[in-house]
Write a protein that binds this ligand. Structure first.
Ligand code: HEC
Length: 182
């Protein structure tokens, strides 16, 4: 494990939710970008023009979700599962088990995207399915913030609401305020 990825704290939503007012101003854009990279959000999420597709595109997430729901969706991923991103477990009649997100389906087949970002889509014939269940557990790992300090978590949330824009008010510093004319 790299030193910057060492364990900091098992963050709980009760500890983080009362801090949300601090997200709105005085945050660090550089720290936010680094935290996003370090925790690997981009492996699963598209954001600021790049990233994976295991989870929803995070563009505009700060407009879709309240600040509170945004924080909860990171610290408690299974509390609310984003529409269309629940994990399905399918067991075929031959005993094979495929777990992933159903990307498409029709009367004949279901196309499942396995949980790992690199795996290929699997097409399963509906006639071959023995059991099919929707999981209540998110495919987003819990404890993803546990290698971050409090300030880095707040920076990261500001980064999400800013849509990756370093000019967002959350990142404005005292030095950038308009000088008072003499
Ligand atoms: C292993 C893949 C993976 C990683 C890594 C990951 N996520 Fe997720 N994330 C998901 C999946 C899948 C969902 C959809 C299911 C759910 O809502 O929990 C999701 C949902 C979300 C949502 C809710 C989006 C919505 O539209 O409701 C947010 C916000 C989010 N993730 C932020 C993050 C952030 C920030 C990080 C990095 C700290 C991160 N995720 C890391 C897979 C991942």
């Amino acid at each position: 494990m790299k030193p910057e990825q060492s364990f900091v704290r098992d963050w709980k939503s009760e500890e983080l939710l009362p801090l949300l007012d601090k997200v709105k101003a005085g945050r660090s854009f550089e720290s936010a970008k680094a935290a996003f990279k370090q925790t690997g959000c981009g492996q699963c999420h598209r954001f600021a023009g790049e990233g994976g597709s295991v989870g929803p595109d995070l563009a505009g997430v700060g407009r879709r979700l309240s600040l509170r729901d945004l924080m909860e969706s990171i610290v408690l991923p299974s509390k609310v599962i984003a529409e269309g991103f629940a994990t399905t477990e399918i067991e075929t009649k031959s005993g094979e088990v495929v777990t992933g997100r159903v990307a498409r389906e029709d009367d004949r087949v279901a196309v499942v995207l396995p949980q790992t970002a690199t795996a290929q889509a699997v097409t399963i014939r509906k006639a071959d399915i023995r059991r099919r269940e929707l999981s209540k557990v998110s495919n987003m790992p819990t404890g993803i913030l546990n290698t971050l300090q409090e300030a880095q978590i707040l920076d990261l949330v500001a980064y999400l609401i800013s849509d990756g824009n370093s000019n967002h008010t959350a990142f404005a510093t005292g030095a950038a305020t308009i000088p008072v004319a003499k």
